[in-house]
Ligand binder design. Structure first.
Ligand code: P6P
Length: 335
């Protein structure tokens, strides 16, 4: 039987080969992976663990928080604050940034996360996940401020997600392709099960919430209409649609077999550029997609080049198979 490669061994060998993973970053990624293992355990308890249902509070987005949102957020904060690899954290579930307490050593990295994406699916046993992004803090000794998190996605040093589905799977990039680690529950460790994931440039699958069709802008409506016309229409082929309503699940499918994911701007809340958040959803997913040979656009520009203006900024997202993302951008008049 082939020797299984643990996450730790993969990170050490990546450091030897490419120097992309200094020891503090390796420690950070291993701690995040251990936190995801704990979250996976909590998620798997379901009704047996008093973890379902709402927490009776709202997050900064004004969304009702699920008990598991709060649990997952706490697990990530407690796991990462003492290690000396981080200066601060930011989360979808927290209004402001979380500075590592002075009683712990200050590190050089910033960790951003959506602790439990897709939480509307928690109570109905559909796959959910944790999305994370790692940035460097600015040089110097001053305390980190919220503005230090406002870096474009091109400045990420690591990004990934952990999907809690039939398998618990960690998907990670540090800028040398995308690797996939499956949790071996008997060993209690993440084992490398695929590397150099590639998204096919062509696809026959799109993921969008069709119930919003009447609210979309013309370029998105044109793109989806043409897909729906199938082989007798301008695309000359039939398409299939998927919508899990859990970005991690939809994006894992796209990273695994291709497809295009759209959550575009729509007229329901015209003052918002989109529903999904730039810093801890679109940027990490966008980097993973690009590292796998796909594309990530807001319809008008490369997502990773957007200069954030505030921590919980939202963005329109078109992610996945390169030729499809470029077609949507073309329809927006930006190619
Ligand atoms: P809708 C989950 O709440 C989420 O943020 C993403 O994971 C998912 O893709 C999207 O919202 C689903 O949104 O409007 O279809 O419920």
């Amino acid at each position: 039987m082939a020797t299984s490669i643990s996450l730790t061994r993969y990170l050490v060998e990546q450091q030897r080969a490419g120097g992309l993973i200094p020891a503090p970053l390796r420690l950070l990624l291993e701690v995040v992976a251990r936190a995801c293992k704990s979250i996976s355990h909590a998620v798997s308890k379901g009704a047996l663990g008093d973890v379902l249902g709402t927490a009776g509070s709202e997050n900064v987005q004004g969304e009702v928080q699920k008990k598991l949102d709060i649990i997952a957020n706490g697990v990530l904060i407690e796991a990462n604050e003492w290690g000396g690899h981080l200066a601060a954290m930011a989360s979808e579930e927290m209004d402001g940034i979380y500075l590592v307490p002075n009683r712990y050593p200050q590190g050089e990295y910033l960790l951003l996360f959506d602790p439990l994406d897709g939480s509307s699916n928690i109570d109905v046993n559909v796959s959910i996940g944790t999305i994370f992004s790692v940035l460097r803090k600015p040089d110097g000794e001053r305390r980190v401020e919220e503005t230090d998190f406002l870096q474009p996605g091109t400045r990420q040093v690591a990004a990934g997600y952990c999907i809690y589905g039939p398998q618990t799977t960690l998907v990670l990039t540090v800028g040398a392709g995308v690797a996939l680690f499956t949790l071996d529950r008997e060993q209690g460790s993440f084992v490398l099960t695929q590397e150099n994931l590639r998204i096919p440039e062509e696809t026959r699958e799109f993921a969008i919430n069709m119930s919003n069709m009447r609210h979309w802008a013309a370029p998105v409506k044109r793109y989806i209409d043409e897909c729906l016309q199938g082989r007798s229409g301008p695309r000359g082929k039939d398409f299939n649609m998927r919508w899990v309503a859990s970005m991690v699940a939809d994006m894992h499918r796209i990273l695994s077999r291709g497809g295009v994911f759209l959550y575009p701007w729509d007229r329901r809340e015209p003052h918002k550029p989109g529903k999904l958040r730039l810093l801890y959803e679109a940027n990490p997913m966008g980097w993973l997609v690009e590292q796998a040979g796909g594309a990530a656009s807001n319809g008008r520009q490369r997502i990773l080049e957007i200069q954030p203006t505030h921590l919980h900024e939202r963005v329109s997202v078109i992610l996945g198979s390169k030729n499809e993302v470029e077609r949507v951008a073309l329809y927006h008049g930006t190619r």
